[in-house]
Design a protein around this ligand. Structure first.
Ligand code: FES
Length: 128
């Protein structure tokens, strides 16, 4: 049997920005951001998509949040979202380090960051 050390803290701090409100969550390390937000009543969904979503499989694109400070994108959708300024899929973000996320106003479908600057040298359709 080994003793737990201080660097094995089972929780990670997640700061959630929701409009002018700021909430600090202690999230079990390894959970998805989507599940952590839902457990804390900070849903990434609209009232409609809270019932009509893919359940965290990365297929419906309804669980978007803006990751202001946290891990880089792994999922293909998240890499594109990061490049073009769209929200990232909270179901594809593993909470394994402290992070700050912002809930998205979903009244406007597909809202982009106004200062998004896609890489003009990125992959083009039909190439390769
Ligand atoms: S819940 Fe469907 S993409 Fe995240």
């Amino acid at each position: 049997m080994t003793a737990a050390t201080a660097d094995e803290d089972p929780t990670v701090e997640v700061v959630v920005l929701d409009g002018d409100d700021r909430h600090v969550l202690a999230v079990e390390r390894g959970r998805t951001l989507r599940d952590a937000l839902l457990d804390a009543d900070h849903s990434p969904y609209t009232s409609l998509t809270s019932r009509l979503n893919c359940g965290g499989r990365g297929a419906c694109a309804t669980c978007g949040v803006r990751v202001r400070d946290g891990p880089g994108p792994d999922h293909w959708h998240d890499r594109l979202a990061a490049r073009f300024g769209y929200p990232r899929l909270s179901c594809q973000v593993t909470v394994d380090r402290p992070m700050t996320v912002e809930l998205v106003d979903k009244r406007v479908w597909g809202g982009r960051e106004p200062n998004a600057d896609p890489d003009p040298d990125g992959p083009r359709s039909g190439s390769r």
